[in-house]
Design a protein around this ligand. Structure first.
Ligand code: PLP
Length: 370
């Protein structure tokens, strides 16, 4: 048996006719950008997150870059974030001309440790970007307090957290602005590149709309320097079909996570779900000090795994030009050596999880005999 890390084909079969009909309608109409489908996903996703506005953009990277600029952040400013993220979080800060400042993470949630943020704040600090990594929200209460005290913006990197909740409120509605990716493997994924920004601030929303469309509010009247960061109608049509299914798919992921939780061997640390959180399991990430050997073992059994992410950003070669290798983030570094993502997608079968867990137990038994 082969179990991949992600399988997108099964989901597509269930919605194929509807998706193809919507794409065909978009092509028949030949309104290929900023038309009815974009409006539909913008209003649908804003309602889903509980924000007043949503602005469709070309990718999650665009969402972050545009949101940072729309908050008035640029050269000379610092933005606090984490180093255990997909590099786009940091790219977006740098694209906006600002400087990323890393703080270490909490080993349980693997998200930013709020108790470490205050020390990193200085007069250049303009924003905090908490990343709701793996689909579990960051501990937003203390972050919101700090942002209030020091008058900082909060830009949520919710690219992995569609539908995740903090004390009953959805990711994307907790800070000043939320940024989502619709990369095809995400809990809500398009069939190409796209993303969305959520906010209830009308000024930020208008600024985002202009930046994503060459800085124009009216055609060829460019009041600021933007770029082409628009969401296209065909991706929006796909997303419009998928959005009504999102909660059901999340519930499936949560059900599968419970199955894993109750079947893992004791040597493997399962992902935490804090009392204030709703985890949406974009990825199901376990921890073990013997990660690399376990990964190879699972590979021989036909089980696909991933590492999200093996090298923290402050240890990446690309970072050298932007501050160098001068951070000490011991929790981030330890986690990078221990985390392993197991197969997770709504259509994954109960029997497949049972087989994966049997392999994990076998590994556990063989390790304890070594
Ligand atoms: C945490 C995080 N931030 C940003 C991004 C960037 O999104 P995109 O790939 O759509 O540009 C991703 C996507 O993989 C992500 O996981």
């Amino acid at each position: 048996m082969r179990v991949p890390l992600v399988d997108l084909k099964a989901q597509y079969q269930g919605i194929k006719e509807e998706v193809l009909a919507e794409i065909s309608r978009a092509l028949d109409g030949m309104q290929l950008f900023l038309g009815k489908n974009v409006q539909a996903i913008e209003s649908g996703f804003a309602a889903y997150c509980g924000t007043k506005f949503a602005i469709g953009v070309g990718s999650g990277t665009d969402a972050l870059h545009i949101a940072i600029r729309a908050c008035g952040i640029g050269p000379g400013d610092e933005v606090i974030t984490v180093s255990n993220t997909f590099i786009a979080t940091v790219e977006a800060i740098i694209l906006a001309g600002a400087r990323p400042v890393f703080v270490d993470i909490d080993p349980v949630t693997q998200n930013v440790d709020p108790s470490r943020i205050q020390k990193a704040i200085n007069k250049r600090t303009k924003a905090i970007i908490p990343v709701h990594l793996f689909g579990h929200p960051a501990d937003m209460g203390p972050i919101i307090e700090l942002a209030r005290t020091y008058k900082l913006k909060i830009i949520e990197d919710a690219c992995q957290a569609h539908g995740a909740e903090y004390n009953g409120r959805r990711a994307g509605s907790l800070g000043d602005v939320g940024c989502f990716s619709f990369y095809f493997t995400k809990n809500l994924g398009a069939y190409g590149e796209s993303g969305i920004i959520t906010t209830s601030d009308p000024e930020i929303a208008q600024h985002c709309r202009m930046i994503r469309d060459h800085g124009q509010a009216a055609k060829y009247h460019h009041s600021l320097m933007g770029f082409n960061g628009r969401l296209d109608e065909i991706q929006a049509a796909v997303l419009k079909v998928k959005l009504p299914h999102l909660d059901k798919w999340i519930e499936e992921r949560r059900r599968l996570a419970r199955l894993y939780d109750s079947s893992l061997p004791p040597s493997i640390i399962k992902p935490a779900e804090m009392s204030w959180a709703k985890h949406v399991y974009y990825v199901y990430v376990v921890r073990t000090p013997d990660r690399d050997r376990l990964r190879d073992w699972l590979e021989t059994k036909g089980i696909g795994t991933g590492i999200h992410y093996p090298i923290p950003i402050h240890r990446q070669e690309a970072w050298r030009a932007y501050g160098g290798d001068n951070y000490s983030l011991p929790v981030t570094e330890k986690m990078a050596g221990e985390i392993l993502s197991l197969p997770m997608y709504p259509e994954l079968k109960k029997e497949e999880i049972a087989t994966i867990c049997e392999c994990l137990h076998e590994f556990d038994n063989s390790s304890s005999k070594r």
